[in-house]
Ligand binder design. Structure first.
Ligand code: G1P
Ligand code: ZN
Length: 546
């Protein structure tokens, strides 16, 4: 029924994976041979060859997901993959894929997602490749893939009918490959049940505790229903936008204060539930809210770290923690208190992989609504929500009270990120050059009463494999614990996005409850002046503030 075909092709010059895989507009991915070239480049560069390997593929359900999966199934078969697990209906969240790779000892997986970017015919699409530890391919792998993509001249694909992906458990043979349709939820939900005290959380819901979970019409809807409603007894009304749609209902599936506006509005209303949460397109991000209260992702990591013992899976203690460089230093204070190491890595989850594999850290996170642990090798949205539920089930305190108590104990890291999206790329590059040029003269000086302790372009030395990743963002760190960080986004698909991260720290008990933007306004002002952002980009105000 199937035949193997070799197709002649020529390279595309723009298949360099960014912070998180290859992400492009759908229209780019639909160009003849575009997807195929990239997939073949992944296969061609797999260690030991792709023949005979076992892989998994799934995606966040966005537009083009189903078509792309059929292409990948046929290419995997033509390349001699022995077993290909595929999520039912082509669905698998990023964290669930990571778990499947690890649980079944697969050689890797392909995740079709552009994460939190909008979907639909005019939206974005993406391909991420994860390796056998379940984590995103490290730079040495992605650069091999890119190099291969620049010279590729053929790919292999099976010809024959599409594979039916509707029934979990079904197996189809395509050439010599077994294509197995898997339930995207059950293995993942079982893992969550091992890590968290489901009984305690069930008691919490039974006591009248209310929650609102917004899947933003993306992949976590199917996980939320099974875990929160079926297994934990939350009411059906707790679920919002939990049916995955190819265009995410026209929305932007990014769990933050701007794009999860509907949830935010409800959580800040007078009859708000006790707890609110949301996740992104592929399920690796999370936002945590209390009644009329927003928990910054940096604080969330710190609070989970300090309360880790509430969850059975973490009772034994933490080996260490890690945060990406721009993430606030809130978790550093907890690590110090627990007397465990705290690592600072460049932006992007792939940098946590080595530390996790070497068992040097247990928890890690990023300011960009990403939190996770050594249970898989990706950040994990539902996991973070469950960690919070587990903590709340044990503590029986409102989210706001728990967070305020945390600040009283460790001090508060006021934190905000200002994004200038879709600015002119040349202007953005010149702005970064301008900042870089100022670094030497900034070190040791005093600006508006604050002494600069470090001014540099962050360079990471991986303590596990000794590799170096430089040029990871301009940091200006002041002696009082405040920081300004500038970097260019590696995930945007239009123009450039400048991210400015601003942080201020206080232990003053009378200054714990101020408005973040006002508390930070002198530093915000300074960030504009130092970067001359108006001059370089024509823009004074950010497009997104989180
Ligand atoms: C953004 C976030 C980063 C995250 C990545 C993938 O990357 O800032 O923390 O790991 O998305 O979700 P950026 O666009 O900043 O390169
Ligand atoms: Zn994501």
């Amino acid at each position: 029924m199937y035949t193997k075909k070799e197709v002649k092709t020529s390279p595309f010059s723009d298949q360099k994976p960014g912070t998180s895989g290859l992400r492009k507009p759908v229209t780019t991915f639909k160009k003849p041979h575009y997807l195929e070239n990239f997939i073949q480049s992944i296969f061609d560069t797999m260690e030991g060859g792709v023949k005979g390997k076992q892989l998994v593929v799934g995606g966040d359900g966005r537009y083009y997901n189903k078509r792309a999966i059929q292409i990948i199934i046929k290419m995997a078969a033509a390349n001699g993959v022995s077993l290909l697990k595929v999520g039912r209906d082509g669905l698998l969240s990023t964290p669930a894929t990571s778990h499947i790779i690890r649980k079944y000892g697969l050689s890797g997986g392909i995740i079709l997602s552009a994460s939190h970017n909008p979907g639909g015919p005019q939206g974005d699409f993406g391909v991420k490749f994860n390796i056998e530890n379940g984590g995103p391919a490290p730079e040495k792998v992605t650069s091999r893939i890119f190099e291969r993509s620049l010279e590729i001249d053929r790919y292999f694909i099976a010809q024959g009918p599409d594979v039916d992906l509707e029934k979990a458990g079904a197996e189809t043979r395509v050439l010599d490959t077994v294509v197995e349709v898997i339930d995207p939820v059950s293995d993942y939900a079982n893992l969550m049940e091992e890590l968290f005290d489901f009984e305690e959380i069930r008691r919490l819901f039974a006591s009248g505790f209310t929650m609102l979970y917004d899947a933003l019409h993306a992949v976590t809807g199917i996980y939320a229903r099974e875990i929160f409603v079926n297994r934990l007894g939350a009411s059906e009304e707790s679920l919002r936008n939990c049916t995955p749609l190819p265009d995410f209902g026209g929305g932007h599936p990014d769990p933050n204060l701007k794009y999860a506006a509907e949830l935010v509005q409800e959580m800040f209303s007078d009859n708000a539930p006790d707890f609110g949460a949301a996740s992104d397109g592929d399920g690796d991000r999370n936002m945590i809210l209390g009644r009329k209260f927003f928990v910054t992702p940096s604080d969330s990591l710190a609070i989970i770290s300090s309360n880790h013992a509430c969850a059975p899976g973490y009772k034994e203690g933490l080996k260490g923690v890690a945060r990406s460089m721009p993430t606030s230093c809130a978790v550093d204070h907890v690590a110090k208190d627990l007397n465990i190491p705290c690592f600072e890595t460049p932006t992007g989850w792939k940098f946590f992989g080595n530390l996790l594999d070497a068992d040097m850290i247990t928890l890690c996170g990023e300011e960009s609504f990403g939190t996770g642990s050594n249970h898989i090798r990706e950040k994990d949205g539902i996991w973070a929500v469950l960690f919070w539920l587990n903590i709340l089930a044990v503590k029986r305190q409102p989210v706001s009270e728990l967070t305020r108590n945390h600040w009283l104990r460790y001090g508060r890291n006021y934190y905000t990120r200002h994004d200038f999206e879709e600015v002119d790329r040349d202007g953005a590059i010149r702005l970064m050059k301008h900042l870089e040029g100022q670094l030497a003269s900034l070190s040791g000086t005093e600006i508006n009463g604050r002494k600069v302790e470090i001014a540099d372009n962050f360079c990471y030395h991986d303590p596990v494999d000794g590799s170096q990743s430089c040029n990871q963002g301009i940091r200006i760190i002041f002696e009082d614990g405040s920081r300004i960080v500038f970097r260019l986004s590696g995930t945007g698909t239009k123009g450039a996005t400048i991210r400015i991260y601003i942080e201020g720290y206080t232990r003053d008990k009378d200054r714990m409850n101020e408005d973040t933007q006002s508390f930070l306004s002198p530093l915000i002002q300074l960030s504009r002046e130092l970067s001359k952002i108006k001059e370089f980009t024509g823009r004074q105000e950010p497009s997104v503030i989180t």
